[in-house]
Design a protein around this ligand. Sequence first.
Ligand SMILES: [Zn+2]
Length: 340
Amino acid sequence: MKRLDAASWFLLLAIGLSIVGLAYVVARAPAVPDAETTLYTATGPLEVAQNPLDADRTFRYLEEICRIGVRFSGSEGMQQQQALLTRHFEQLGGVVQRQEFRVRHPLTGQPVSMANLVVQWHPERRERILLCAHYDTRPFPDRDPDPQARRGVFVGANDGGSGVAVLMELAHLWSKYNGKLGVDYVLFDGEELVYDEDRDEYFLGSRYFAESYVRSPPAYRYRGAILLDMVGDKHLNLPQEHHSATWRDTRGMTQSIWKTAQQMGVREFIPRRGYQLRDDHLMLHDIAKIPACDIIDFDYGPPGQRVSYWHTREDTPDKCSGESMAKVGWVVWTWLSNLR
Ligand SMILES: [Zn+2]
């Protein structure tokens, strides 16, 4: 996942200004109400049960994943993780499929085998929702404050592990899910097989997934997608990622999720706009035209200090908490259970 740099902002501003005129004309055309395309929860009182997610077990899942070690695309660790997750989801009744593809390694040019892991719950349902996370880790902690360490080990507890741990914990619940949608997980490979920010491509797995969805449309359709990325910080703060809060087909869903959290008293979901982030949800939205909300805490570190553990050696399980992850899972679960 990547923040926009200054040059990109400038370019966007230039493009934005030239679009404004056109947008004004378009805006005057009769609007299609968001409600037709977007998922909302009921407007009445929310049914909130106690948190059915087990925070301690969620944390143990995170530790289990991180104990494997580095899990970048094509690594031995990634293979171990795939085996672990396949076993876990199948034991809990999920239908697991690998969506395999190959890319050229950005350094060596050699082919790298990649696989998105797709898990289906209630596979017979035609209207589905996608819950996703990337499960590869960055090859190196290349933002570590110590230059010596930038070719060291990157564990990726929050960035790469936390979303997966939440999905592992949520997997215990789908047999009890009373909502009308089918649920698909997709764990994206190749989110950041990145050695050089300016040269290497992000989002290889989500791009492949989105392109396949367009190229060979399945018999079902995705009504929306929720991306979980960096949701494990002990000091969790979740403003609404900027794209998710502003895309026309997504903003209603995003507001609905945050409103659900508010009604539940989960104050970590903050109903204001946060960073604009480039993440896997861009591929789902731009290529596959799926409304896609990114739940992400980009301010990863102790509160009130100018310290970030993002892409450093410090991104380890002790900076994360089971409570944070279980709260995020609880909000997703409650929102899905209350869809009208
Ligand atoms: Zn990252």
